[in-house]
Design a protein around this ligand. Structure first.
Ligand code: NAP
Length: 362
């Protein structure tokens, strides 16, 4: 926690632009966590509430709220950062260049990810671009295959078969959803399970279910890593997941069950969801409905993870959680955007490295 905070402080010091809009990320500190001098922190800004002074806040700026002990006296403080703690976490997972160099030396090439996009879905194009960017950031090779909307199922399966056999390709990802005439199940089953960095192949799904090492779907894996990084141990906790999809809810259930959590899954047929969510020590929303989780559904001090990505009427990205009101009750809460999303990319890259190791017997 302390390390993360200092990174945030460095960001504040290096920042000299102007900003507008605000996103708040809240982390409670124990009194003993840090002892600092405010003047040193903000170079002359002595106001303990620096939210408005002298910085205006950028859309991507984050404020870290907490209590600091200064000369034995407790202060409420908000630290402004250009990076969310989650982005910092993502960078931590992705900037393992030393490790990647070592792999390159061992296998004689950098890890390679093949990405297949069918059609022109604008959201899918954005996701694919961010994955290609993630590869570039880390010095991985990426092989993008753009196929027309009317590609036949057999043509797509043949592309996957070629990628399965291609030694340059360590991981294969087919961006979902696919056009209706293509059977997604056949597609994920055709991807070799040893290159299935999305963790959707039934072999990987089954291995996860029985607690064996497998590729884990990147979004649930990102949630698990986030909890680990913040020392939030799910063991013995009441975890409530809203959503039971194959890509989020179900793998999350398996991951957290493997970590000894007591889990309840809610879905569209669940009665009185509020009565269930009110008991959650850790509440995870993967519903796909804007601001579905409201303040009255959350227990005081709960950890709230928002997987949802939705757009409001103005086209702005918002989560499944009413962040503004729920953050007052939560001990930890993830923002949208900038929360689970970046972790998903980070875990994809992590899986590509694992796949490269597996292909090369490391
Ligand atoms: P999905 O396949 O549509 O599943 C949604 C789940 O929510 C279903 O299990 C559904 O129940 C349940 N649900 C829908 N309405 C409900 C209601 N009124 N009450 C209770 N449960 C309800 O969605 P998904 O693919 O899991 O994605 C969920 C959200 O996460 C979406 O916003 C998606 O964009 C986002 N997402 C984000 C990332 C990321 O990287 N951050 C990755 C993947 C997905 P039934 O099963 O009964 O229909």
């Amino acid at each position: 926690m302390f390390e993360i905070m200092m990174e945030l402080v460095n960001d504040v010091r290096n920042y000299d632009g102007t900003c507008s809009g605000t996103t708040i990320y809240k982390i409670p500190f124990e009194e003993s966590d840090v002892v600092v001098d405010l003047d040193t922190l903000f170079e002359g800004i002595t106001n303990s509430d620096v939210e408005c002074n002298p910085f205006e806040i950028k859309p991507q700026a984050y404020i870290l709220c907490g209590r600091l002990l200064i000369d034995g006296k407790e202060h409420q403080i908000k630290l402004i950062s250009m990076n969310s703690p989650i982005t910092i976490l993502k960078n931590k997972f992705m900037n393992k260049k030393g490790k990647f160099k070592e792999i390159k030396e061992k296998i004689g090439k950098v890890p390679g990810l093949a990405i297949v996009l069918v059609g022109e879905n604008p959201a899918s194009k954005i996701y694919v671009n961010s994955k290609i960017k993630g590869c570039a950031e880390l010095g991985f090779e990426s092989f993008a295959h753009y196929l027309p909307e009317n590609v036949t199922e057999e043509e797509l399966l043949n592309v996957i078969r070629e990628l399965n056999a291609d030694e340059k390709v360590d991981g294969i990802l087919v961006q979902l959803p696919l056009p209706k005439h293509i059977d997604e199940k056949k597609v994920v089953e055709t991807i070799a399970f040893s290159k299935d960095v999305d963790g959707f192949n039934p072999i990987n799904v089954g291995k996860l279910a029985i607690g064996e090492k497998s590729f884990i779907s990147c979004t649930p894996y990102g949630v698990v890593k986030m909890l680990e990084e913040y020392n939030i141990n799910p063991e013995g906790k009441n975890v409530v997941i809203i959503g039971r999809s194959n890509i989020v809810g179900k793998p999350l259930l398996q991951c957290l069950l493997n970590k000894n959590a007591t889990i309840t899954i809610c879905h569209s047929k669940t009665r009185d969801i509020k009565a269930i969510t009110k008991n959650a020590d850790i509440l995870i929303a993967a519903v796909g409905r804007p601001h579905f989780v409201t303040e009255d559904m959350v227990k005081d001090g709960a950890v709230v993870i928002d997987v949802g990505i939705n757009r409001n009427e103005e086209g702005k990205l918002i989560g499944d959680v009413d962040f503004e009101n729920v953050e007052k009750k939560a001990s930890y809460i993830t923002p949208v955007p900038g929360g689970v999303g970046p972790m998903t990319i980070a875990m994809l890259m992590n899986n590509v490295v694992e796949a490269a190791k597996m292909q090369n017997g490391i």
